[in-house]
Design a protein around this ligand. Structure first.
Ligand code: ADP
Ligand code: NA
Length: 348
């Protein structure tokens, strides 16, 4: 039986918001804590993916460190999980080139994510010269780098949100065509779908909570102080429907989003389901309801905020750099084995 190897990545987007936390990072910590001791766990801060769109160098460097401190703050233990920056392991880029020689341009052009990033509705509009000019090769081939990230470690399982499922399917296909040509060298990864928890913006609850929203009140960060959490929730857009709170994502998106947040940030087992949450909030004014959500969020995030501050500031960050250096070293050792097999099979 093959050992389980779990790999996932997140872009260095600075301090995560509640959407990143409930949609990805909380799940990673859970996977770590429930994994058999012989499973290999790798969580990578994918800075090479980040540069597919323009980045300010100073801000990028800072964002990587904030994300690393955040991974530790949510409970990823660098003894148990290999935490590292993608660019610290040159084999990601090397294997990407090799896989590029197998990857199908036709398959890549059907990926929905880069199309939405460059703002074209369908591949037909790519015959428009203006769209073609905007399209960077790196953004187009992003899924090939993602394939390299995964197969480099022989990952058997990749926890991702539903939006990434298409890319993992591509990775399987791409690794499979490599194996078809050169023999069974690469492990084909399986997707572990995150239980869908789409957190919506506090300011505009029809859109998902996102760091790209220019309004900082639209999202709660895992490092927010109790005062900031309360202020953001007090300002959250709800509605003027009279009577008790109720769950109706179409008619009452703001209230429904806060009910979801309350549910998922409450201690496990507090509620059986969303109806249970609604029942618990009967008789509360909207103001009191928001205060209740703020209280629960504050209690949940308090230890995370504390350990974020500790991880980030300790010895002016030298401890953080040490964690990364150590993680990268372990990652390079796993990667090197795969590269030997890959090159051997290819005659390189
Ligand atoms: P952002 O939208 O803030 O740029 P990313 O696209 O960098 O966030 O997403 C990082 C991870 O967080 C992904 O796994 C993504 O699925 C998850 N995620 C981001 N926003 C949300 C959200 N509002 N609700 C649930 N999960 C989210
Ligand atoms: Na995004």
């Amino acid at each position: 039986i093959r050992r389980r190897t779990i790999f996932s990545g997140i872009q260095p987007t600075g301090i995560p918001h509640l959407g990143n936390y409930l949609g990805a990072l909380q799940q990673w910590a859970k996977i770590q804590n429930e994994s058999a001791l012989d499973a290999t766990l790798l969580f990578c801060i994918v800075d090479l993916h980040a540069i597919t769109v323009p980045q300010d160098p100073v801000a990028l460097r800072e964002s990587r460190r904030q994300m690393l401190a955040s991974l530790m703050a949510v409970g990823l233990d660098p003894q148990r999980s290999i935490l590292f920056y993608q660019s610290s392991v040159p084999a990601h880029a090397e294997l990407m080139w090799i896989l590029s020689c197998q990857a199908s341009v036709g398959y890549l052009s059907r990926m929905t994510q880069w199309k939405s990033k460059i703002g074209v509705a369908d591949s037909a509009s790519l015959s428009d010269p203006a769209s073609r000019k905007k399209l960077k090769l790196g953004l187009f081939s992003y899924p090939v780098l993602q394939t390299a990230d995964i197969v480099l470690y022989g990952a058997t399982h990749v926890p991702v949100g539903a939006d990434q499922a298409q890319h993992i399917e591509f990775a399987r296909e791409c690794a499979n065509s490599f194996n078809h040509v050169y023999g069974p060298v690469l492990a084909l990864p399986q997707t572990i779908l995150s239980p869908a928890k789409r957190v919506m913006s506090l300011a505009k609850p029809s859109a998902k909570m996102s760091k790209s929203d220019p309004d900082p009140k639209s999202r709660i960060l895992i490092s927010d102080s109790p005062e900031t959490i309360s202020a953001k929730l007090r300002a959250a857009l709800t509605d003027s429907v009279p009577g008790d709170v109720s769950y109706d994502t179409a008619a009452r998106p703001g209230v429904s989003n806060l009910l979801e947040i309350l549910w998922h940030l409450s201690p496990e087992g507090t509620y059986e389901g969303i109806e249970d949450v609604v029942k618990d909030c009967q008789g509360l004014s909207l103001r009191a309801f928001k205060e209740k959500v703020a209280g629960v969020a504050e209690v949940h995030l308090r230890p995370i905020r504390k350990s974020y501050e500790e991880a980030y500031k300790k010895e002016e960050g030298r401890a953080l750099d040490e964690v990364e250096k150590n993680g990268a070293e372990r990652a390079r050792a796993v990667a090197a084995k795969t590269m030997v097999d890959v090159k051997q099979a290819m005659g390189l």
